[in-house]
Design a protein around this ligand. Structure first.
Ligand code: DC
Length: 232
């Protein structure tokens, strides 16, 4: 079996459990995991903190102008072993997961200059392989040559239910209807934007996890991955 460290691209709709499976996979293989959604969320948080964006306005020019001032990095949490996102050296892992950020992230992620900056950084992080990266454009734009591409999907209802539970567990006061609306709205913006819209790469394997347990899904994906590494 080949020991080559490949690039694994995981794309798909919002709240399909991409990050859970990407993290499990990276751990099993000894690879690095990169959550690219966290990077778009961190830029959105910066825009919110500087009043460039709210529910009622968006000063895109001001955000584009400030892009050189936005520095995004990951640091490993020594207790959990999970990479957490730093915005200008401050850990913002919790803040970027709120529904407020989720509501504003898709318009920010539609801006070409934002994408260019983050895609360049993502390509650098993965250049030596041994990486599992999840997002919306990893298999189509960031690493079109990735050895293994997965495209995750599930019904909007299943996804909203999972995300709703997660947010409640974190103590956010949200309604299921708001979460469902956000999931559907983000999918729409992410798939219809001009630059790098969310779509399944031709050579990606589709995983519909509506009726799979986490373990079933992981076993299935680990098998596909081992086969792909053996072929590489
Ligand atoms: O994966 P997530 O839900 O944390 O991502 C947040 C948003 O960021 C998502 O609605 C679209 C955007 N995104 C993107 O455009 N490209 C990526 N590679 C990752 C995320």
């Amino acid at each position: 079996m080949s020991n080559k460290k490949i690039i694994i691209a995981i794309d798909g709709y919002s709240s399909t459990g991409k990050s859970t499976v990407a993290r499990q996979l990276a751990k099993a293989l000894g690879y690095i995991y990169v959550d690219t959604g966290a990077m778009y969320r961190a830029v959105t948080l910066y825009a919110m903190q500087h009043n460039f964006i709210s529910q009622s306005h968006f000063d895109q020019e001001a955000l584009e102008h400030s892009l050189p001032l936005i520095n995004i990095k990951f640091e490993i949490n020594s207790e959990s072993g999970i990479a957490e996102v730093l915005l200008n050296d401050r850990n913002v892992e919790r803040e970027i997961r709120t529904l407020n950020v989720s509501r504003l992230v898709s318009p920010v992620a539609a801006i070409s200059r934002v994408r260019k900056k983050l895609v360049e950084q993502q390509q650098l992080m993965g250049k030596d392989g041994g990486i599992v990266m999840d997002g919306r454009d990893i298999g189509t734009v960031v690493f079109p040559e990735a050895k293994l591409k997965l495209f995750m999907t599930a019904t909007a209802k299943d996804r909203a239910e999972r995300r709703y539970k997660e947010l409640l567990e974190r103590g956010e006061k949200v309604t299921y209807e708001d979460v469902l609306k956000n999931v559907v709205n983000r999918d729409h913006i992410d798939s219809t934007r001009k630059d790098s819209p969310l779509r399944q790469a031709k050579d990606a394997i589709m995983i519909d996890n509506s009726n799979l347990t986490l373990k079933e899904q992981f076993d299935q994906i680990l098998k596909i991955t081992r086969e792909s590494i053996a072929r590489s």
